[in-house]
Design a protein around this ligand. Structure first.
Ligand code: HAM
Length: 440
Protein backbone atom coordinates (compact mmCIF):
# COMPACT_ATOMS: atom_id res chain seq x y z
CA UNK A 1 0.00 0.00 0.00
CA UNK A 2 1.36 3.46 -0.81
CA UNK A 3 2.18 5.58 2.22
CA UNK A 4 -0.77 7.69 3.34
CA UNK A 5 -0.26 11.32 2.40
CA UNK A 6 -1.06 13.85 5.09
CA UNK A 7 -0.12 17.24 6.50
CA UNK A 8 3.16 17.57 8.34
CA UNK A 9 2.88 17.41 12.16
CA UNK A 10 1.90 20.75 13.67
CA UNK A 11 0.67 22.15 10.35
CA UNK A 12 -2.95 22.32 9.27
CA UNK A 13 -5.08 22.89 6.21
CA UNK A 14 -7.42 25.84 6.53
CA UNK A 15 -10.54 24.57 4.79
CA UNK A 16 -13.20 26.78 3.19
CA UNK A 17 -15.43 26.59 6.29
CA UNK A 18 -12.57 27.88 8.44
CA UNK A 19 -11.62 30.63 6.00
CA UNK A 20 -14.54 32.81 7.04
CA UNK A 21 -13.15 33.01 10.58
CA UNK A 22 -9.63 33.76 9.40
CA UNK A 23 -10.96 36.32 6.96
CA UNK A 24 -12.92 37.95 9.75
CA UNK A 25 -9.76 38.33 11.85
CA UNK A 26 -7.76 39.63 8.87
CA UNK A 27 -10.51 42.07 8.02
CA UNK A 28 -10.81 43.43 11.58
CA UNK A 29 -7.04 43.81 11.66
CA UNK A 30 -6.78 45.45 8.23
CA UNK A 31 -9.57 47.95 8.90
CA UNK A 32 -8.08 48.88 12.28
CA UNK A 33 -4.49 49.14 11.03
CA UNK A 34 -5.59 51.24 8.07
CA UNK A 35 -7.56 53.58 10.34
CA UNK A 36 -4.37 54.16 12.33
CA UNK A 37 -2.38 54.86 9.16
CA UNK A 38 -0.39 51.64 8.81
CA UNK A 39 0.86 50.62 5.38
CA UNK A 40 1.28 46.98 4.43
CA UNK A 41 4.57 45.21 4.01
CA UNK A 42 5.27 41.68 2.95
CA UNK A 43 8.64 40.09 3.61
CA UNK A 44 9.92 36.69 2.41
CA UNK A 45 9.16 33.51 4.32
CA UNK A 46 12.84 32.61 4.09
CA UNK A 47 15.59 34.66 5.73
CA UNK A 48 19.12 34.09 6.98
CA UNK A 49 19.26 32.30 10.30
CA UNK A 50 21.62 34.97 11.64
CA UNK A 51 18.93 37.64 11.32
CA UNK A 52 16.82 35.94 13.96
CA UNK A 53 19.71 34.71 16.10
CA UNK A 54 20.83 38.30 16.63
CA UNK A 55 17.35 39.72 17.21
CA UNK A 56 15.55 37.05 19.17
CA UNK A 57 18.64 35.94 21.10
CA UNK A 58 21.24 33.20 20.66
CA UNK A 59 20.03 31.54 23.85
CA UNK A 60 16.29 31.82 23.22
CA UNK A 61 14.12 28.73 22.69
CA UNK A 62 13.13 29.96 19.24
CA UNK A 63 16.73 30.18 18.05
CA UNK A 64 18.16 27.14 19.83
CA UNK A 65 15.29 24.73 19.22
CA UNK A 66 12.58 26.01 16.96
CA UNK A 67 13.86 27.22 13.61
CA UNK A 68 13.23 25.21 10.45
CA UNK A 69 16.32 25.18 8.23
CA UNK A 70 15.76 25.55 4.48
CA UNK A 71 18.15 24.02 1.99
CA UNK A 72 18.11 22.62 -1.50
CA UNK A 73 17.06 19.00 -1.29
CA UNK A 74 20.00 17.96 -3.45
CA UNK A 75 22.43 19.42 -0.92
CA UNK A 76 23.12 17.80 2.39
CA UNK A 77 22.48 20.30 5.19
CA UNK A 78 26.25 20.58 5.60
CA UNK A 79 26.86 21.29 1.93
CA UNK A 80 24.05 23.82 1.85
CA UNK A 81 25.91 25.78 4.46
CA UNK A 82 29.22 25.83 2.67
CA UNK A 83 28.46 25.59 -1.05
CA UNK A 84 26.51 27.43 -3.69
CA UNK A 85 25.52 31.06 -4.01
CA UNK A 86 24.18 31.28 -0.48
CA UNK A 87 27.48 30.30 1.12
CA UNK A 88 28.51 33.76 2.27
CA UNK A 89 25.03 34.38 3.48
CA UNK A 90 24.92 31.46 5.88
CA UNK A 91 22.09 29.12 6.67
CA UNK A 92 18.56 29.87 5.55
CA UNK A 93 15.49 29.36 7.73
CA UNK A 94 11.73 29.73 7.61
CA UNK A 95 10.88 32.88 9.55
CA UNK A 96 9.73 32.21 13.12
CA UNK A 97 8.38 35.77 13.41
CA UNK A 98 8.35 38.95 11.33
CA UNK A 99 9.73 41.79 13.48
CA UNK A 100 13.33 40.99 12.59
CA UNK A 101 12.39 40.87 8.89
CA UNK A 102 10.58 44.22 9.03
CA UNK A 103 13.58 45.80 10.75
CA UNK A 104 15.86 44.30 8.09
CA UNK A 105 13.60 45.83 5.42
CA UNK A 106 13.60 49.21 7.23
CA UNK A 107 17.40 49.33 7.07
CA UNK A 108 17.76 47.72 3.64
CA UNK A 109 15.35 50.15 1.97
CA UNK A 110 16.60 53.25 3.78
CA UNK A 111 13.24 53.86 5.44
CA UNK A 112 14.91 56.25 7.88
CA UNK A 113 14.55 58.81 5.05
CA UNK A 114 10.75 58.34 5.02
CA UNK A 115 8.56 60.47 7.27
CA UNK A 116 8.98 59.04 10.79
CA UNK A 117 7.66 57.04 12.44
CA UNK A 118 7.26 54.41 9.73
CA UNK A 119 4.13 52.40 10.46
CA UNK A 120 3.97 48.98 8.84
CA UNK A 121 1.54 46.09 9.10
CA UNK A 122 1.73 42.50 7.90
CA UNK A 123 -0.23 39.28 7.80
CA UNK A 124 1.43 35.95 7.12
CA UNK A 125 2.46 32.49 8.26
CA UNK A 126 5.31 31.95 10.73
CA UNK A 127 7.12 28.69 11.50
CA UNK A 128 8.35 27.35 14.83
CA UNK A 129 9.31 23.79 15.62
CA UNK A 130 7.31 23.54 18.83
CA UNK A 131 5.57 20.64 20.53
CA UNK A 132 2.16 20.82 18.85
CA UNK A 133 -0.80 21.22 21.19
CA UNK A 134 -4.00 23.25 21.34
CA UNK A 135 -3.19 26.80 20.19
CA UNK A 136 0.43 25.92 19.44
CA UNK A 137 1.36 24.93 15.91
CA UNK A 138 4.45 24.64 13.79
CA UNK A 139 2.96 26.85 11.10
CA UNK A 140 0.69 29.60 12.36
CA UNK A 141 -0.51 32.97 11.13
CA UNK A 142 0.33 36.30 12.64
CA UNK A 143 -1.14 39.73 11.95
CA UNK A 144 1.20 42.38 13.28
CA UNK A 145 2.30 45.99 13.23
CA UNK A 146 5.61 47.76 13.76
CA UNK A 147 6.02 51.47 14.48
CA UNK A 148 9.62 52.42 13.82
CA UNK A 149 11.15 55.80 14.64
CA UNK A 150 9.37 57.02 17.77
CA UNK A 151 10.17 56.28 21.39
CA UNK A 152 7.48 58.22 23.24
CA UNK A 153 5.34 56.34 25.74
CA UNK A 154 2.21 57.43 23.86
CA UNK A 155 3.34 55.11 21.03
CA UNK A 156 3.48 52.15 23.44
CA UNK A 157 -0.12 52.87 24.41
CA UNK A 158 -1.10 53.39 20.78
CA UNK A 159 0.47 50.06 19.80
CA UNK A 160 -1.61 48.31 22.45
CA UNK A 161 -4.68 50.23 21.33
CA UNK A 162 -4.36 48.96 17.75
CA UNK A 163 -4.21 45.36 19.01
CA UNK A 164 -7.00 45.91 21.49
CA UNK A 165 -9.27 47.58 18.96
CA UNK A 166 -8.77 44.74 16.48
CA UNK A 167 -9.87 42.19 19.09
CA UNK A 168 -12.69 44.47 20.25
CA UNK A 169 -13.98 44.64 16.68
CA UNK A 170 -14.24 40.85 16.82
CA UNK A 171 -16.51 41.10 19.83
CA UNK A 172 -13.85 39.94 22.30
CA UNK A 173 -13.42 43.17 24.30
CA UNK A 174 -15.30 41.98 27.38
CA UNK A 175 -13.27 38.83 27.91
CA UNK A 176 -9.74 40.15 27.54
CA UNK A 177 -7.08 41.89 29.56
CA UNK A 178 -3.73 43.47 28.72
CA UNK A 179 -0.76 42.30 30.80
CA UNK A 180 2.00 44.86 30.79
CA UNK A 181 5.48 45.19 32.25
CA UNK A 182 8.77 46.97 31.65
CA UNK A 183 12.03 45.08 31.18
CA UNK A 184 14.32 48.13 31.29
CA UNK A 185 16.79 49.39 28.73
CA UNK A 186 20.51 49.33 27.96
CA UNK A 187 21.19 51.46 31.02
CA UNK A 188 19.45 49.39 33.66
CA UNK A 189 19.36 45.91 32.11
CA UNK A 190 22.88 44.91 33.31
CA UNK A 191 21.90 45.77 36.87
CA UNK A 192 18.57 43.94 36.53
CA UNK A 193 20.33 40.84 35.23
CA UNK A 194 22.88 40.95 38.00
CA UNK A 195 20.33 41.27 40.77
CA UNK A 196 18.09 38.57 39.35
CA UNK A 197 21.06 36.28 38.76
CA UNK A 198 22.12 36.79 42.39
CA UNK A 199 18.64 35.76 43.55
CA UNK A 200 18.37 32.71 41.31
CA UNK A 201 21.96 31.57 42.04
CA UNK A 202 20.86 31.01 45.61
CA UNK A 203 18.23 28.53 44.39
CA UNK A 204 20.10 27.17 41.37
CA UNK A 205 19.74 23.53 42.39
CA UNK A 206 15.96 23.76 42.47
CA UNK A 207 15.67 25.36 39.02
CA UNK A 208 14.61 23.27 36.02
CA UNK A 209 17.28 22.30 33.50
CA UNK A 210 16.26 25.04 31.05
CA UNK A 211 16.38 27.69 33.76
CA UNK A 212 19.82 26.59 34.89
CA UNK A 213 20.89 27.38 31.35
CA UNK A 214 18.89 30.65 31.40
CA UNK A 215 20.76 31.62 34.54
CA UNK A 216 23.87 31.85 32.37
CA UNK A 217 22.31 33.34 29.22
CA UNK A 218 19.39 35.49 30.37
CA UNK A 219 18.19 35.23 33.98
CA UNK A 220 15.17 37.45 33.17
CA UNK A 221 13.65 34.50 31.32
CA UNK A 222 13.43 32.48 34.52
CA UNK A 223 10.65 34.83 35.62
CA UNK A 224 8.56 33.49 32.76
CA UNK A 225 9.15 29.76 33.35
CA UNK A 226 5.95 27.75 33.71
CA UNK A 227 7.50 24.98 35.90
CA UNK A 228 6.12 25.01 39.45
CA UNK A 229 9.52 24.86 41.14
CA UNK A 230 10.83 27.81 39.12
CA UNK A 231 7.62 29.80 39.63
CA UNK A 232 8.02 29.47 43.38
CA UNK A 233 11.57 30.75 43.29
CA UNK A 234 10.52 33.57 40.94
CA UNK A 235 7.86 34.70 43.42
CA UNK A 236 10.51 35.87 45.88
CA UNK A 237 12.68 37.48 43.17
CA UNK A 238 13.15 41.26 43.30
CA UNK A 239 10.37 43.07 41.41
CA UNK A 240 11.49 44.38 38.01
CA UNK A 241 9.76 47.68 38.56
CA UNK A 242 12.02 48.39 41.56
CA UNK A 243 15.11 47.70 39.50
CA UNK A 244 14.34 50.05 36.60
CA UNK A 245 16.43 53.18 36.07
CA UNK A 246 14.75 56.56 36.50
CA UNK A 247 14.14 57.07 32.74
CA UNK A 248 12.59 53.64 32.27
CA UNK A 249 10.41 54.07 35.32
CA UNK A 250 9.15 57.46 34.03
CA UNK A 251 8.52 55.97 30.58
CA UNK A 252 6.56 53.10 32.09
CA UNK A 253 4.55 55.44 34.32
CA UNK A 254 3.60 57.54 31.28
CA UNK A 255 2.64 54.43 29.30
CA UNK A 256 0.25 53.40 32.08
CA UNK A 257 -1.17 56.92 32.26
CA UNK A 258 -1.96 56.77 28.54
CA UNK A 259 -3.60 53.39 29.00
CA UNK A 260 -5.73 54.87 31.81
CA UNK A 261 -6.61 57.77 29.55
CA UNK A 262 -7.73 55.36 26.83
CA UNK A 263 -9.72 53.30 29.33
CA UNK A 264 -7.98 50.08 28.33
CA UNK A 265 -8.14 47.32 30.97
CA UNK A 266 -4.64 46.26 31.99
CA UNK A 267 -2.84 44.52 34.81
CA UNK A 268 0.77 44.94 35.85
CA UNK A 269 2.46 41.63 35.33
CA UNK A 270 5.79 41.45 37.13
CA UNK A 271 6.62 38.08 35.59
CA UNK A 272 6.02 39.10 31.99
CA UNK A 273 9.37 39.19 30.18
CA UNK A 274 8.50 37.53 26.81
CA UNK A 275 10.52 34.94 24.95
CA UNK A 276 12.37 37.24 22.56
CA UNK A 277 15.51 39.12 23.58
CA UNK A 278 15.03 42.27 21.54
CA UNK A 279 12.61 43.95 23.91
CA UNK A 280 13.46 47.07 25.89
CA UNK A 281 11.11 48.85 28.27
CA UNK A 282 7.44 48.07 27.63
CA UNK A 283 6.36 44.48 26.99
CA UNK A 284 2.74 43.37 26.80
CA UNK A 285 0.41 40.53 25.96
CA UNK A 286 -3.34 40.31 25.57
CA UNK A 287 -5.02 37.19 26.88
CA UNK A 288 -8.38 35.90 28.01
CA UNK A 289 -9.47 36.99 31.49
CA UNK A 290 -10.43 33.41 32.34
CA UNK A 291 -6.94 32.14 31.44
CA UNK A 292 -5.83 32.98 34.96
CA UNK A 293 -2.31 31.66 34.70
CA UNK A 294 -1.96 33.74 31.50
CA UNK A 295 -0.70 30.63 29.73
CA UNK A 296 -1.84 31.44 26.26
CA UNK A 297 -1.66 34.92 24.81
CA UNK A 298 -3.71 36.04 21.83
CA UNK A 299 -1.22 38.75 21.06
CA UNK A 300 2.24 39.73 22.21
CA UNK A 301 4.47 42.70 21.65
CA UNK A 302 6.55 45.47 23.05
CA UNK A 303 9.22 48.07 22.49
CA UNK A 304 12.60 47.26 20.91
CA UNK A 305 14.68 50.44 20.95
CA UNK A 306 18.10 48.91 20.27
CA UNK A 307 17.38 46.39 17.52
CA UNK A 308 17.85 48.70 14.54
CA UNK A 309 21.18 49.87 15.88
CA UNK A 310 22.26 46.28 16.55
CA UNK A 311 21.69 45.55 12.86
CA UNK A 312 23.88 48.49 11.85
CA UNK A 313 21.16 51.12 11.45
CA UNK A 314 21.04 54.43 13.30
CA UNK A 315 19.72 54.40 16.86
CA UNK A 316 15.97 54.20 16.22
CA UNK A 317 13.29 53.39 18.79
CA UNK A 318 10.48 51.05 17.75
CA UNK A 319 7.56 49.06 19.03
CA UNK A 320 4.99 46.56 17.74
CA UNK A 321 2.89 43.46 18.32
CA UNK A 322 1.66 40.36 16.57
CA UNK A 323 -1.69 38.65 16.94
CA UNK A 324 -1.78 34.84 16.90
CA UNK A 325 -4.54 34.40 14.35
CA UNK A 326 -5.37 30.72 15.06
CA UNK A 327 -5.81 31.50 18.76
CA UNK A 328 -8.20 34.34 17.98
CA UNK A 329 -10.08 32.13 15.53
CA UNK A 330 -10.51 29.47 18.24
CA UNK A 331 -11.98 32.09 20.53
CA UNK A 332 -14.39 33.66 18.07
CA UNK A 333 -15.62 30.20 17.10
CA UNK A 334 -16.78 29.59 20.67
CA UNK A 335 -18.57 32.92 20.85
CA UNK A 336 -22.12 33.44 19.84
CA UNK A 337 -21.70 35.82 16.97
CA UNK A 338 -23.92 36.59 14.02
CA UNK A 339 -23.45 33.43 12.00
CA UNK A 340 -21.06 33.75 9.12
CA UNK A 341 -22.80 33.45 5.81
CA UNK A 342 -20.94 31.62 3.10
CA UNK A 343 -20.25 33.77 0.08
CA UNK A 344 -23.56 34.67 -1.55
CA UNK A 345 -23.44 35.08 -5.33
CA UNK A 346 -25.30 38.01 -6.86
CA UNK A 347 -26.29 36.10 -9.98
CA UNK A 348 -26.87 32.39 -10.54
CA UNK A 349 -26.34 31.18 -14.10
CA UNK A 350 -28.55 28.42 -15.48
CA UNK A 351 -27.89 26.88 -18.89
CA UNK A 352 -29.78 24.14 -20.63
CA UNK A 353 -27.67 22.95 -23.60
CA UNK A 354 -24.12 22.78 -24.79
CA UNK A 355 -24.53 25.93 -26.90
CA UNK A 356 -26.09 27.66 -23.89
CA UNK A 357 -23.16 26.63 -21.72
CA UNK A 358 -20.81 28.49 -24.05
CA UNK A 359 -23.01 31.58 -23.91
CA UNK A 360 -23.21 31.26 -20.12
CA UNK A 361 -19.41 31.16 -19.87
CA UNK A 362 -19.21 34.35 -21.95
CA UNK A 363 -21.81 36.04 -19.74
CA UNK A 364 -19.96 34.87 -16.61
CA UNK A 365 -16.79 36.44 -17.97
CA UNK A 366 -18.53 39.77 -18.61
CA UNK A 367 -20.19 39.88 -15.19
CA UNK A 368 -17.20 38.79 -13.09
CA UNK A 369 -14.93 41.18 -14.99
CA UNK A 370 -17.22 43.87 -13.66
CA UNK A 371 -17.01 42.54 -10.09
CA UNK A 372 -20.44 40.93 -10.04
CA UNK A 373 -20.29 37.64 -8.14
CA UNK A 374 -21.58 34.77 -10.22
CA UNK A 375 -22.31 31.20 -9.34
CA UNK A 376 -23.19 28.37 -11.62
CA UNK A 377 -23.23 24.62 -11.50
CA UNK A 378 -22.42 24.40 -15.22
CA UNK A 379 -24.08 21.00 -14.98
CA UNK A 380 -26.39 19.16 -17.32
CA UNK A 381 -29.20 19.18 -14.74
CA UNK A 382 -32.82 19.94 -15.61
CA UNK A 383 -34.20 23.47 -15.31
CA UNK A 384 -35.97 22.42 -12.11
CA UNK A 385 -32.79 21.02 -10.55
CA UNK A 386 -30.77 24.09 -11.50
CA UNK A 387 -33.46 26.42 -10.14
CA UNK A 388 -33.26 24.50 -6.87
CA UNK A 389 -29.48 25.12 -6.79
CA UNK A 390 -30.12 28.79 -7.55
CA UNK A 391 -32.52 28.97 -4.62
CA UNK A 392 -30.02 27.31 -2.33
CA UNK A 393 -27.28 29.72 -3.40
CA UNK A 394 -29.44 32.65 -2.19
CA UNK A 395 -28.53 34.68 -5.28
CA UNK A 396 -31.25 37.32 -5.76
CA UNK A 397 -31.22 36.96 -9.55
CA UNK A 398 -30.74 34.03 -11.88
CA UNK A 399 -29.99 34.09 -15.57
CA UNK A 400 -31.43 31.31 -17.70
CA UNK A 401 -29.99 30.47 -21.10
CA UNK A 402 -31.73 27.66 -22.99
CA UNK A 403 -31.26 26.48 -26.56
CA UNK A 404 -33.54 29.22 -27.92
CA UNK A 405 -31.84 32.01 -25.95
CA UNK A 406 -28.42 30.73 -27.04
CA UNK A 407 -29.61 30.90 -30.64
CA UNK A 408 -31.18 34.38 -30.25
CA UNK A 409 -28.26 35.71 -28.17
CA UNK A 410 -30.64 36.51 -25.31
CA UNK A 411 -31.08 35.39 -21.70
CA UNK A 412 -33.97 35.22 -19.26
CA UNK A 413 -33.47 37.34 -16.16
CA UNK A 414 -35.40 35.83 -13.25
CA UNK A 415 -36.04 37.52 -9.91
CA UNK A 416 -35.68 34.74 -7.38
CA UNK A 417 -38.01 36.18 -4.73
CA UNK A 418 -41.17 36.45 -6.90
CA UNK A 419 -40.24 34.40 -9.97
CA UNK A 420 -40.88 37.31 -12.39
CA UNK A 421 -38.96 36.99 -15.66
CA UNK A 422 -37.81 39.17 -18.54
CA UNK A 423 -35.90 38.30 -21.71
CA UNK A 424 -32.98 40.59 -22.54
CA UNK A 425 -30.28 40.61 -25.20
CA UNK A 426 -26.99 39.11 -23.98
CA UNK A 427 -25.30 42.37 -24.97
CA UNK A 428 -27.52 44.23 -22.47
CA UNK A 429 -27.11 41.81 -19.58
CA UNK A 430 -24.43 43.72 -17.70
CA UNK A 431 -26.48 46.89 -17.73
CA UNK A 432 -29.71 45.08 -16.74
CA UNK A 433 -28.08 43.19 -13.87
CA UNK A 434 -26.34 46.29 -12.55
CA UNK A 435 -29.62 48.19 -12.55
CA UNK A 436 -31.51 45.43 -10.79
CA UNK A 437 -28.80 44.89 -8.18
CA UNK A 438 -28.69 48.60 -7.41
CA UNK A 439 -32.42 48.43 -6.62
CA UNK A 440 -32.01 45.61 -4.07
P1 HAM B 1 5.30 36.18 20.01
O1 HAM B 1 4.80 36.38 21.39
O2 HAM B 1 6.35 35.16 19.82
O3 HAM B 1 5.78 37.58 19.48
O4 HAM B 1 4.08 35.81 19.07
C1 HAM B 1 2.94 36.62 19.00
C2 HAM B 1 1.68 35.79 19.08
O5 HAM B 1 1.73 34.75 18.10
C3 HAM B 1 1.49 35.05 20.40
O6 HAM B 1 0.89 35.89 21.35
C4 HAM B 1 0.58 33.91 19.99
O7 HAM B 1 -0.76 34.33 19.97
C5 HAM B 1 1.03 33.61 18.57
N1 HAM B 1 1.90 32.42 18.54
C6 HAM B 1 3.19 32.34 18.87
N2 HAM B 1 3.65 31.08 18.70
C7 HAM B 1 2.60 30.34 18.25
C8 HAM B 1 2.43 28.97 17.86
N3 HAM B 1 3.44 28.10 17.89
N4 HAM B 1 1.21 28.58 17.43
C9 HAM B 1 0.18 29.45 17.37
N5 HAM B 1 0.28 30.75 17.71
C10 HAM B 1 1.47 31.20 18.15
C11 HAM B 1 6.31 37.80 18.23
O8 HAM B 1 6.32 36.99 17.36
C12 HAM B 1 6.79 39.21 18.03
N6 HAM B 1 7.36 39.30 16.67
C13 HAM B 1 5.68 40.22 18.23
C14 HAM B 1 6.16 41.64 18.09
C15 HAM B 1 5.98 42.44 17.02
N7 HAM B 1 6.88 42.30 18.95
C16 HAM B 1 7.14 43.51 18.47
N8 HAM B 1 6.62 43.60 17.29
Amino acid sequence: MPKKIQTVRGMTDILPRQQVFFERVFQAFRVTARAFGFEQIETPLVEEAGLFARAIGEGSDIVTKQMFAVSRLADSPRQARTKGTDDEKGELVLRPEATASVVRAYIEHGMHTWPQPVKLSYIGPMFRYERPQAGRYRQFWQAGVEIIGEGDASIDALTMLVGWQTLEKLGLGEQLVISVNSVGDKACRPRIRKQLAAHFEKHADALCEDCQERLKTNPLRILDCKQDSCRKIAESAPELIDLLCEDCRAHFRMTLEYLDELGLPYELSQRLVRGLDYYTRTVFEIGALNDEARQSSLLGGGRYDTLIEEYGGRPTPASGFAIGVERVVELIKTKKMPSVQPLTPQVFLIQLSEGARKAALRVARTLTKNDIQVSSGMTKGSLKAQLRSADRSKAPISLIIGQREAFDATAIVREMDDGSQETVAQSAILETIRKRLSQK
